[in-house]
Design a protein around this ligand. Sequence first.
Ligand code: ATP
Length: 730
Amino acid sequence: MRLGKRSNAMTQSVHTASERSGSIRTVSEEKLMVAVRVRPLRTDEGPRIVHVVSDKMLVLEEEADSRRDVLRQRRVNDKHYVYDRVFGEGSTQEDVYDAVCAPLVGDTLRGFAGAVFAYGATGAGKTYTMTGLMSRALSHLFASIADSEHPDLFEVKMSYLEIYNENIRDLLNPGAGPLELRDEGGSAAPVVAGLSEVKANSAAHVAELLARGDRSRTAEPTHANQHSSRGHALLSVIVSLQVENGTQRGRLFLIDLAGSERAGMRSRRLEGAHINRSLLALGNCIMALSGGARYVNYRDSKLTRLLREVLGGRCRTAMVAHVAPGGSHRDTTRSTLHYAQKASSITKKVERELVETPMPLSQYRTVINELREEIARLKLKMKDDRTSITKDFQRVEEEENKEETAASAAHLKSLREAIVSTFKQQMRLRRRLMELDSHLLGLALDAERQHAAISHWEARFNRLYKPINMPGSRLSTQQSYRGGTGLSTSSSERAEAEVAVEQAWAELAAVEREQEAARTERERVERQLEQVRLRGAQLEQELPATISSGPEREVLALVCRVHELEADKLALQGERAARAHELRRRDLALQRRDAQRRLSDEIITRQRRALQEVGVGVPPELAQLYELYQQEIHASTYTESNDIYTPPYRLPPISTSLSELTWSESSSGSGRGSSSGSGGTLTYDYRLPRLAPTPRPRTRYSQASASGLKRYASDDSLVTAVHREDAGAP
Ligand SMILES: Nc1ncnc2c1ncn2[C@@H]1O[C@H](COP(=O)(O)OP(=O)(O)OP(=O)(O)O)[C@@H](O)[C@H]1O
């Protein structure tokens, strides 16, 4: 693999540089690259109607319009399409990678953002292409980093998500609930709150992460594809490089869209509607952008909100449209080719980004205070100097001519250089210290996230886990579990939980090792900074004796000004960092609250069940509290996901199952319960509803294990409801 050159179609233009609040950007204007890939013809899809003419042109055979002009030849109606690249059915994964993706990987290493997205009808070959691109892109990335001069200065992180039924799922942590898409305001890209960002160490590690993510994708058979991806998958890779004045950050997005399908062809209407709606929103954005519209509506779907940066933002983007060559797909093929043609007129501004290193707020305050103290001291020295000049005016007058000797000028020059150099060293070391603190803060959040993931699975399976130390602090999940009389769960779910918990423990161990290394490094830098500070203080001591004339005082004033500007800049960066940190902290707090809430629900539901089993009543106040709690939870759950919790999925009020059971001995067992009727002894349906079903995407439980699908609803009642709906579907 090589770092290919960009296609000619992606024209380079004049570069301008602008500096904005802590980040430096280089801007260039480019066209969106559009490629079309034609997959091999299958026997069941009619005659070939797509013909690849060259590596830039294809022809779509159209049917002759017999009603209007019987004499016209079919060929007259055939349509020629020209793109940046056309890949015929003989093209290899390597061909597509080299032409479309390799240049973007090179860009990512240089601090640009790049994206490839696969578009096309179901079964046209999007996943086939994207799987090839994803693994090659990451191997290429690691190979290039290894070949670079300072591989240790790079860091690669990745996240992988799926949008399914307008819910965002973390494919690297599928156990976590649906994630929120939060707008950051202004032109900033929206953020997926709580999405895990995993540090990738090698191509092998990435392959493992990708395989894990792919296993969690929602896929089902459709008329055109036995293994059809039913959600849009977005892989995001962030490559950070430590440079002298901050961190250069490049990003690569690889997006496998779900395939569009004609309405009415499938039983899963809701799912189909969501896919079509988001693809329609995407099509509208493409149309608006290609027409040069000033306003583009990205808000119609989560997909377009997330792709805003990819489509209209500062990102080099390539689209690979996929078509099947058979006659039975003529309409969808025509529509895909049409969209692809529209997309090829989109022009984008591409930016390279250098983000100055974020630091924790307390550190900003400390550094700013130190700088201000230094400024005050230096200014005092200037005053002292003036006083001393006044006092010793006579002596200065006498020695005036002698003072300007070459020796003293040289000494002053070297002193000034030494002061500036120690100041620079101090700033560099302070920054490094703050970077390390920021890193430690991030690691602490990572560790909390892993703990939360472990707790989630433990709560899900109601097991007690006991970590057992293994060599290299890896923990075996099999051994870490004991006992447990959890919910009845399928063996595939159990296996999934075991893998997820084992991975979480492994990640945790890795985070702890990294924390240890960062602390050691921090101590070393702190010692170094102390030495440089001492040296700076010694140099300052020398100043009053040396400075005696206007020009030298000006030098000192200049040093003060540099210090002042540095302090102001840090104050601004501090505010930004504080905001970012606060948002991260809130995300985590929300996740934890959510986990706590689910645990409470679980506990209450089980307590209710236990009370029913032994026929023990509860006081009316407690029954009322149950009811209140359920109402409260319903209200919030409904608001969070109102298109899933439509009335049929609401649970019956608690009074029909619990308070009636307890306080009316002659209850006939209406609602969910049933009464054995004699002597006030009541037996009730064992499967009481949970108090607070967690909003999850619906999947078909019955097909889950057979087709290797995930059933990620942890909520039995919800899955039951989904069964019912599916059974009734045409
Ligand atoms: N270029 C190709 N060469 C060989 N086989 C291909 C190619 N493209 C696709 N296929 C095969 O065609 C089938 C459908 O492809 P794929 O699953 O990638 O479609 P898709 O567009 O992702 O569909 P969906 O939107 O339903 O997920 C698969 O069996 C895949 O292996």
